[in-house]
Design a protein around this ligand. Structure first.
Ligand SMILES: Nc1ncnc2c1ncn2[C@@H]1O[C@H](COP(=O)(O)OP(=O)(O)O)[C@@H](O)[C@H]1O
Ligand SMILES: [Mg+2]
Length: 297
């Protein structure tokens, strides 16, 4: 209804700035966290180099010990930068998934083979429990490998010697598939469960750092899961272990449906040499799940 006759109309526009404020705070927190995570190892490297130059290098034993610490801190920096690059890649909707038929059992075997030496060196058994004749999922092989590596890496890190890590695949009655990583490790307190997929969130910062963690592994996992149109859940009991389960819905076994489920590729993106492009665009796929453009003022 317009303004009552004879009175000037007044238009009041409310902008929802609470959401903008929230996003800005998330961005600032992220920059603060990254800076802090970078500064800590850098400060340490600088301190040890200065002490070496001040004369400590003349004692071979001290020199070696300090160089080992410097090397460790440099490795931490490399891990952090690699995870940041991975994260920005999986977060960016402009980079399309390279989807193809992926056999999760082969992926599990490959990751199992890669990480068995590390598991064994920590006194753990790494086991595979694979459903025979598993149908393939339509996914990005490199990203699914990263997902599984991150989950198994955590399971190994947070399980004390004598424990067991299991990679499991299952076909669901619903027609979907699950890929799970179970461990008999330290577990995650209930109050932390809702936050572990946040960037830099760790239950125990000191322990994570000491084990070479960046706090970004599960944030990367979450984005890979979301971009595939899959879901992930965690069951955990402190002292007994954790199970991370990725659910691939039935639709993801079918290329066309998988493309529909993914808000991955903007409509304007040029054809890429990816499998996704090679199978031809699915009508409406590009826009599915993408929110309508918001007018700027
Ligand atoms: N399998 C697990 N068992 C126990 N705690 C876990 C497990 N996986 C993840 N967490 C907890 O979630 C936090 C976030 O995981 P992640 O993002 O991979 O970072 P991190 O670099 O510390 O491994 C970890 O610091 C740890 O507290
Ligand atoms: Mg991790």
């Amino acid at each position: 209804a317009g303004p009552p006759a004879g009175r000037p109309g007044v238009v009041v526009v409310f902008h929802d700035i609470t959401e903008l404020r929230r996003l800005e705070r998330v961005r600032k927190d992220f920059v603060t966290n990254v800076s802090h995570e970078l500064r800590t190892p850098l400060t340490s490297v600088k301190g040890f180099v200065e002490t070496l130059l001040d004369g400590a290098m003349n004692d071979p034993v001290t020199c070696r010990r300090f160089l080992e610490i410097i090397n460790q801190q440099a490795e931490r920096l490399v891990a952090l930068v690699n995870d940041l690059l991975d994260l920005s890649r999986v977060e960016s909707p402009d980079i399309p998934l390279r989807r193809q038929a992926i056999n999760l059992n082969s992926l599990a075997q490959e990751v199992g083979l890669t990480l068995t030496p590390r598991a064994e060196s920590q006194g753990l058994r790494l086991e595979l429990d694979l459903e025979p004749n598993l149908p393939p999922v339509w996914g990005d092989e490199e990203l699914l490998r990263r997902l599984l590596l991150n989950l198994v890496d955590n399971a190994i890190k947070y399980t004390p010697a004598g424990g067991r890590v299991t990679i499991r695949t299952r076909a669901e009655r619903s027609g979907g598939l699950t890929l799970a990583v179970a461990d008999t490790g330290v577990g995650i307190p209930k109050r932390d469960l809702p936050r572990i997929f946040e960037r830099f969130y760790r239950v125990d910062k000191a322990r994570s750092r000491q084990l070479g963690g960046t706090g970004l592994g599960l944030a990367i996992v979450r984005h890979i899961v979301e971009r595939h149109g899959a879901t992930i859940d965690v069951q955990s009991e402190v002292g007994a272990g954790s199970t991370f389960t990725v659910h691939f819905p039935a639709g993801l076994l079918d290329p066309a449906a998988a493309a529909m489920a993914t808000p991955a590729v903007p409509a304007t993106l040029p054809a890429s040499p990816s499998t996704e492009a090679a199978t031809g665009p699915v009508p409406g796929a590009a826009r599915a799940g993408t929110p309508p453009a918001v007018a700027q003022d």
